[in-house]
Design a protein around this ligand. Structure first.
Ligand code: SAH
Ligand code: SF4
Ligand code: F3S
Length: 435
């Protein structure tokens, strides 16, 4: 039996797809295929964080239905499955089952049912076991919590993934040990609010927080690099930032989602921090880790955003000088607070587009300047790719500050080497191996 799977959305979904693939391989004998025509089972692991990918889903199902093999099943999994439930089957008769983001461990039973819908929010973390399937031998994703308690005004995630539950420490450590024994050198810890780890477990659990979890994980021999996404600016206390700075196993790159620079908009979004707080945390961090790579998420044209509010966002962009920017136009989502405001305060499409373009243009310039400043610096790079052809030999990987680095030499995948940056081409850093 052959499985074709398409994964949209965030790292959480990538991880869930690994879990689904592993379950189907182990228990149902499936193998993966990149070829739609030969698949017996077609899965789409969906995202509903913005409206567009949700609209695309139905044209995609139509495409799959047209080109699939006779008798092949189509299943919709993930966040849109959670958000729309049986509506999906009503809207598209081609869909055989719907499996929500909190129900993926039921994949092996749902494939045998017809028109089944499993989208309940399951709070039992024993059903959320870890799977073996992963793309790289050296890098792995590891869930530490699921769901989100925050309820930011614009965000559908708490609705699709439910309340936040931390995964018990012993399970995380056991999985991390297993990964390292299998050759993993870098682990990316996943959660919607990783630095809120330890607030709620589904069973009694000794007191623990994210900093303690990082300390426990870094004791594992052979685990060389630890990354995590996403932390929330509100929970960035000094203890956590000090650990981030001092712990040599923690990569010096961090995602700190800003969303907006305006205090008025941050309040309306229910983010729980102000521009001052955000900048104060950045300053504290940069003092301790001068070369830290910072990425962020920004939403423009949230309801009520004036030109002055937007200028505040531009101001923060210029102060922080993010290395990576993920920026979006606000998209109203069902079951969110801001959706209930209707058209109140909504921003014209042209203005939204203009703001997004300005933000991205400014960021391009900052990125170029940041990249030029990298010349001469030495970075630790984990090699993820290499190539040796007649006229082309190179290796590439990510610095611990999360920049893509290329070296004109053949180095084994999985090696962690020191590279001195000597050139910037596009947004890629080029360098030579040094001791
Ligand atoms: N837990 C993460 C966010 C996950 S969603 C965090 O708090 O950072 C990823 C990003 O999508 C968010 O950071 C936000 O910038 C964007 N996003 C979420 N809902 C959105 C919406 N309704 N419209 C536009 N962008 C949105
Ligand atoms: Fe959404 Fe906010 Fe939770 Fe992030 S913290 S997942 S933006 S509700
Ligand atoms: Fe991720 Fe999209 Fe769901 S961002 S949590 S897959 S809505």
């Amino acid at each position: 039996m052959k499985l074709y799977i398409e994964t949209l959305g965030c790292a959480m979904n990538v991880r869930d797809s690994e879990h689904i693939i592993s379950e189907l391989q182990k228990k149902e004998g499936y193998t993966l295929t990149p070829n739609l025509h030969e698949a017996d089972l077609i899965l789409i692991n969906t995202c509903s964080v913005r409206e567009k990918p949700e609209q695309k889903l139905f044209s995609e199902i139509g495409h799959f239905a047209k080109y699939k093999k006779n008798g092949a099943k189509i299943g919709v999994c993930g966040c849109t499955a959670s958000a729309m439930g049986k509506e999906i089957i009503k809207k598209s008769p081609h869909v055989d089952f719907v499996l929500g983001a909190r129900n993926i461990s039921k994949i092996t039973s749902i494939i045998h049912k017809s028109k089944a819908v499993e989208v309940g929010i399951d709070y039992d973390d024993s059903t959320y076991m870890f799977a073996d399937s992963k793309k790289s031998n050296f890098k792995a994703l590891l869930n530490i919590s699921i769901g989100c308690d925050k309820k930011c005004a614009y965000c559908i995630v708490p609705f699709t993934r439910g309340k936040e539950i931390s995964i018990p420490l012993d399970l995380i450590l056991k999985e991390a040990h297993k990964l390292v024994q299998g050759g993993t050198k870098e682990i990316l810890l996943l959660g919607q609010n990783v630095n809120n780890y330890g607030i709620r477990f589904s069973n009694p659990h000794p007191k623990i927080d994210f900093t303690m979890l990082l300390q426990e994980l870094s004791k594992i021999d052979g685990l060389e690099r630890i990354r995590f996404t996403s932390p929330h600016p509100l929970h960035m206390d000094n203890t956590f930032l000090d650990e981030f700075a001092q712990n040599p196993k923690i990569c010096k790159s961090i995602h700190i989602p800003l969303q907006s620079g305006s205090d008025k908009i941050l309040k309306a979004m229910k983010r729980g921090y102000t521009q001052d707080w955000y900048l104060n945390r950045i300053e504290y961090l940069k003092q301790r880790v001068p070369n830290v790579g910072i990425s962020t998420d920004i939403i423009v044209a949230f309801p009520g955003e004036t030109n002055e509010d937007f200028e505040e966002t531009m101001k923060v962009l210029d102060k922080v000088r993010f290395d990576t920017l993920y920026s979006f136009i606000y998209s109203p989502r069902p079951n969110t607070l801001s959706h209930s405001w209707g058209n109140k305060g909504s921003i014209k499409k042209e203005i939204a587009k203009e703001r997004l373009a300005r933000l991205q243009e400014r960021h391009k310039v900052i990125l170029q300047e940041n990249s030029q400043n990298e010349i001469g610096k030495i970075h630790k790079v984990l090699i993820e790719n290499n190539r040796m052809l007649l006229n082309e030999t190179y290796s590439e990987g990510r610095s611990d500050t999360n920049r893509l680095v290329k070296i004109r030499e053949f180095i084994d995948i999985g090696e962690v080497i020191n590279v001195r940056i000597n050139e910037v081409i596009g947004s890629t850093l080029h360098g030579i191996m040094v001791q």
